[in-house]
Design a protein around this ligand. Sequence first.
Ligand SMILES: [Zn+2]
Ligand SMILES: [Zn+2]
Length: 144
Amino acid sequence: MKLSAQQVDQLVQSQGLKMTPQRRAIVDYLVASDLHPTAEEIFSLVNARFPMTSMATVYNTLNLLKQANLVQEIFENGISRFDPNLSRHYHFVCRACGRVEDIEAETALPVEQIAGHRVETMEVTFRGLCSQCTSGGFDATGAD
Ligand SMILES: [Zn+2]
Ligand SMILES: [Zn+2]
């Protein structure tokens, strides 16, 4: 399941907020992107279309979505990124170009409880070289 514009419409209405063109553009960009954008990336794209958009609007909208569990915030290399893919999935991070891709999780790990703790989220990250970087002539064996 992926974030949809309709879900956001309902959320915004239920919070007594208005769906502004800026909010709509933020959501559209998140839904269209598979690359887990940062708040800054979202800001620069939305701002290109709506030059009055503020960084605060981007953060407020992302927080709203996060609190409603419509996006996940993921931290990669100290940078926070936003993920509209609501299905259980893993991530692949390319060490050369830094892209963060979704990997479908075929088997669900039985992790509701570990050592008496209640597990609420789980992150699995694969690291290496993405298919583009592997074919693009990056040294697949050496360090950076
Ligand atoms: Zn890459
Ligand atoms: Zn993801």
